[in-house]
Write a protein that binds this ligand. Structure first.
Ligand SMILES: Cc1cc2nc3c(=O)[nH]c(=O)nc-3n(C[C@H](O)[C@H](O)[C@H](O)COP(=O)(O)OP(=O)(O)OC[C@H]3O[C@@H](n4cnc5c(N)ncnc54)[C@H](O)[C@@H]3O)c2cc1C
Length: 384
């Protein structure tokens, strides 16, 4: 391990947190403009990229990722501790870099190591974000029916099809896509994961304006897009395994990042609440504690290199229901801030987040899908 990594990681997780906290305090002036979320979405993403760049240059942005791929070592516990501290310092959240916790572990586990060595540092430094292209107009919950195809032509794969609800595709350089390389009858056994450079000829991406006014979501078309074989992630025909690994992170360990964000909103609003709100705030706070404990379990499992398994479905259900409880509480207690923002960035972002909390039970697999996973794989109800 290099001297810089050792210097940042310290002697224990607690020591590491102290060092990161000190760094935040020492660099307040430079960090201050990069922490609060901007109401304008383009500006928010641009700021998130600059913050990633700053963290990367200072070495923190490489902590928690393997040294062989450009990281500084450490585990997801280090990353989780940094998210916690940044949110406590007033951060509005990672925006497109939520995908670091979803896409990057999948690259580390399944991609060609040489490819990961090339792309991961550019992801960590904020210059080349990734999108995740699974859902299609006719394939959301029933992902195994997806129709985007990749066919071999010489040594290249040629991709044709369309993806929808692709978060941050308009801001990303790469798309981790799930495509069909086998027959439709093979269902999930005929799928392959592939990394598509969104600057390739034949790629057309466009935004889908959300009800909260942001352009997070998008759609993307692939028309005869050529992809070299080194960008197959895992095995040809082995896409389902890699996709389930990715989704376990989106449903499981990501809950840590998301709960830190809405925890801060509840904490700051609770300072000016009347005693009449105690019960509702108490329920939201209890939910938050539940999410935090469940997430810590999964983080520890990931840090020990153990599978996250179906428990990630439980985390997804818990975190999204709690996110709605928290924003419902903010709405009920001081509705005007949510309904009629006062013109400040903070109020506009709060309104966006309230509206976004209406749809969190859908991404990463709908609430019904999580309930079915819990019924079948945790409760053992075979016919659920
Ligand atoms: C904010 C957000 C971000 C997203 N980001 C991405 C992304 O980055 N990449 C990506 O690939 N996708 C993304 N998605 C898409 C998301 O994964 C899909 O919307 C989701 O899987 C549901 O698929 P669908 O929209 O096709 O709905 P459908 O599958 O058509 O489902 C419609 C309704 O029917 C229910 N239903 C369907 N089948 C069953 C069943 N067998 N039993 C019981 N109920 C059922 C569902 O629960 C749902 O309520 C995102 C979605 C949202 C809202």
């Amino acid at each position: 391990m290099g001297a810089e990594s050792q210097n940042l990681l310290g002697s224990s997780l607690g020591d590491f947190v102290d060092r990161f906290r000190d760094w935040i305090a020492d660099n307040r002036a430079e960090l201050a403009p990069l922490l609060p979320a901007r109401a304008d979405y383009d500006a928010r993403v641009a700021t998130a990229k600059r913050l990633r760049g700053l963290l990367y240059d200072a070495g923190w942005g490489r902590i928690g990722w393997p040294e062989e791929f450009g990281g500084h070592g450490g585990t997801i516990l280090h990353r989780a501790a940094m998210y916690d501290e940044l949110f406590r310092a007033g951060w509005g959240g990672p925006v497109v870099f939520e995908h670091l916790e979803i896409v990057a572990p999948t690259l580390v586990r399944y991609a060609d190591p040489e490819f990961t060595r090339t792309v991961l540092p550019r992801f960590l430094d904020g210059s080349q974000p990734w999108a995740q292209g699974f859902s299609e107009p006719e394939a959301g919950s029933d992902l195994a029916s997806l129709r985007t195809r990749a066919e071999l032509d010489g040594s290249d794969w040629v991709v044709n099809g369309a993806k929808i609800w692709t978060s941050w595709v308009g801001y990303a350089r790469w798309c981790l896509a799930l495509v069909r390389t086998g027959t439709a009858e093979e269902r999930h056994r005929g799928l392959t994961m592939i990394a598509v450079d969104l600057r390739s000829p034949g790629v057309t991406a466009g935004p889908i304006r959300q009800a909260n006014g942001t352009d997070e979501l998008g759609q993307v078309r692939f028309d005869d897009v050529r992809v070299p074989p080194s960008r197959i992630i895992g095995d040809v025909g082995g896409g389902w395994r890699a996709a389930m690994y990715l989704l376990a992170h989106e449903r499981g360990t990501l809950s840590w990042v998301r709960h830190c964000g809405y925890r801060e909103n509840l904490t700051s609003a609770s300072k000016s609440m009347s005693e009449n709100s105690d019960r509702q705030v108490g329920e939201a706070a209890l939910g938050l504690l539940g999410v935090r404990s469940a997430a810590i379990n999964l983080l520890a499992r990931e840090a020990a290199d153990r599978e996250l398994g179906p428990d990630s479905a439980f985390n997804k259900l818990l975190t999204t229901r709690t996110e709605q409880t928290v924003y419902n509480t903010l709405r009920d207690i001081d509705g005007t801030r949510v309904a009629i923002p006062d013109g400040s960035d903070a109020a506009a972002v709060l309104q966006q987040e309230y509206l976004f909390s209406r749809i969190v039970t859908i991404y990463g697999g709908s609430q019904q899908m999580q309930l079915m996973t819990i019924a079948r794989h945790i409760l053992g109800l075979e016919n659920a």
